[in-house]
Design a protein around this ligand. Structure first.
Ligand code: ATP
Ligand code: MG
Length: 570
């Protein structure tokens, strides 16, 4: 490709609506152009990157035994009503009416369609297992589209769906996909960590995410992991051994139950200071509103509620903290002194976090303004469950080593869905005994556009993108320093033809611009290698520059071709 013909415009400045570095660089280097919030055109350079990622994905999915198909982007509401998701998907699902008034939606994902496709064709256990995948545009009306391609509204996903007649077969395929995913990301030049995760809107029981670990704010997930063993989990799913598993208020002189005046002492910190006690001896009460119903969470004072876990436990669609007015309405007391004592459990659901299990002689609100109870012990049998957020410094639930925390970008995930879709949709096969059974299903997603952006988050420097060579739009950029110099142009052209005929993807920067401009663009766009043909050609040499290391070699044109072959054709 001649640079003078390439459909690209690089910008001098970063766009001012971009926060994430991948977003800034993709716009500035001419890869994407915004149409409207969260919706972008993928320009020719971007399209080449996406094509390469797609190729790797296809090769590995095919090698793993999956078959490619392509399913529709616009889908009828009927299917979604059948699965039960039409009501529960919420505002992320973009809905529209066709000219006949039929309700339709833009596909945010394809479980419903693939289930209906498979159920017409797969009828016997003998045809199972089957894994079907496609690479398709999705639309999700994300509440906060941001970070460019990392969280768009329209984006490209590879999604695969498998159908089985037994849980064992599903588990085998789940492992098979996990291996394929590790290979896919590795071939894209990305190291990923497989972490346990919450299943979210997709549903199902077991799921893992593939995370690109990053320290930047664009990693939207917190990941806890253990350096001593394999344990790794998204914070919405992570569990831990607490720093102090059993606590006793008696250690601080509160071994006897009594009500104390605690005027204007509202927060855990204020209360701990006031009573000269540690927060872990306080049983905190936090009131939430889950789908308009009150839920009171009782949790140890040094711990916080993990809202995704709570959402799942109460099986709600939306959750938020209650206001002070709502606390007064449902519990008869203002925030700061709340407790589960004397609460009408028919009106307010009460949940006890596991962290409260080992508490003795603890402090809790009296459910009366400006009063707390000290030296309290549970007087009833309570059920405990996990709704708390892990804290750094707590210990690995598997081996007891301290847990580490980092940020991660989720580039892919795998789910064991079970019969979540096949059952309500009546998608069945006939088993060995002639009985109809719902398919046992798995699903497996990769964000194609997000993977490209994650690679930039990981690989860039002050000058621009540093593509891993496997997914770079072109491999080599040839820059004649002076386009008017016929000797330089001649050598550059010969190199260009030689590399192209070897199948090495090459750009020739034939523009009449100053060399400095061409070098800047070359680094910004992120070609892995640059061959500069300048004055030294008189002595028979060109300059071969490695984008990543910055290393420069002085080579003859012939040696430069050999170097490209060695670096790119293995
Ligand atoms: P997230 O938690 O980031 O919203 P998700 O759990 O909703 O992701 P899935 O529905 O399982 O994701 O989609 C599969 C993959 O599609 C994700 O792993 C991610 O790589 C990609 N993806 C999901 N939402 C977006 C988006 N808004 N923009 C770009 N890629 C996305
Ligand atoms: Mg999502």
């Amino acid at each position: 490709m001649k640079m003078s013909k390439l459909f690209v415009q690089t910008l001098r400045e970063f766009p001012n609506d971009a926060e994430a570095i991948s977003h800034k660089l993709l716009v500035r280097a001419g890869y994407i152009k915004k149409l409207t919030s969260g919706i972008y055109s993928y320009l020719p350079l971007m399209q080449r990157v996406l094509t390469k990622i797609n190729k790797i994905v296809r090769e590995e999915m095919n090698a793993a035994g999956a078959q490619e198909l392509l399913m529709p982007f616009v889908q009828p509401a009927e299917l979604w009503l059948k699965s039960g998701r039409w009501e529960v998907y919420g505002k992320e699902l973009a809905r529209l009416n066709d000219r006949h008034g039929n309700q339709m939606c833009l596909a945010p994902t394809h479980e419903e369609v693939v289930t209906s496709v498979a159920s017409g064709i797969l009828s016997s256990y003998k045809q199972l297992p089957v894994n079907l995948y496609h690479i398709q545009t999705k639309f999700r009306d994300e509440i906060r589209p941001r970070f460019g391609l990392l969280r768009g509204r329209e984006f490209i996903m590879k999604d695969a769906y498998s159908f089985h007649s037994s849980q064992e077969s599903l588990e085998e395929e789940y492992e098979n996909m996990a291996r394929a995913y590790t290979r896919i990301f590795k071939r894209c030049g990305l190291e990923t960590k497989m972490v346990q995760s919450d299943s979210g809107a997709i549903g199902g029981n077991v799921s893992h995410e593939f995370m690109v670990l990053t320290s930047t704010q664009s990693g939207e997930d917190d990941v806890f992991y253990c350096e001593n063993c394999d344990y790794a989990a998204n914070s919405n799913h992570a569990i831990s051994k607490l720093q102090k598993e059993f606590t006793d208020g008696a250690e601080f002189g509160y071994g006897e139950e009594k009500i104390l005046d605690t005027p204007n002492v509202k927060t855990i910190d204020e209360l701990a200071k006031f009573l000269k006690i540690e927060p872990y001896c306080i049983l905190k009460a936090v009131l939430y509103i889950a789908d308009s119903k009150p839920v009171l969470v009782m949790i140890r004072g040094d711990k916080e509620v993990e809202e995704t876990k709570l959402l799942n436990i109460v099986n709600a669609l939306e959750i938020r903290s209650a206001t002070n007015e709502e606390a007064i309405e449902y519990l008869g007391c203002e925030v700061g002194y709340l407790s589960y004592l004397n609460v009408d459990r028919n009106k307010v659901k009460v949940i006890f976090d596991n962290s409260a299990k080992g508490m003795k002689n603890f402090v809790l609100g009296a459910n009366e303004p400006h009063k707390h109870i000290v030296g309290y012990n549970f007087k009833e049998e309570n059920e405990f469950c996990d709704v708390s957020l892990v804290k750094e410094g707590e210990y690995c639930p598997c081996c007891g080593s301290p847990l580490k925390i980092t940020r991660g970008i989720e580039v892919g995930n795998i789910f064991q869905l079970g019969t979540k879709y096949s059952k309500p949709m009546g998608a069945t096969y006939t088993d060995e005994k002639g009985k109809d059974k719902p398919f046992i299903m798995g699903c497996y997603g990769i964000g194609i556009t997000r993977t490209a952006a994650a690679a930039i988050e990981k690989y860039h420097d002050d000058f621009g993108i540093v593509w891993p060579k496997e997914i770079a739009p072109y491999h080599v950029d040839i820059v004649p320093v002076n386009a008017d110099d016929s000797e330089q142009m001649d050598v550059a052209l010969k190199l260009y033809n030689a590399l192209n005929s070897l199948g090495i993807e090459t750009v020739l920067d034939d523009r009449a611009d100053r060399a400095g401009v061409k070098f800047k663009d070359s680094e910004l766009i992120g070609f892995p290698y640059r061959i500069t043909v300048g004055k030294t050609i008189k002595e028979g040499f060109v300059e071969f520059k490695h984008r990543k290391s910055g290393e420069v070699e002085k080579l003859t044109p012939g040696e430069a071709v050999e170097r490209c072959k060695q670096l790119l054709l293995n």
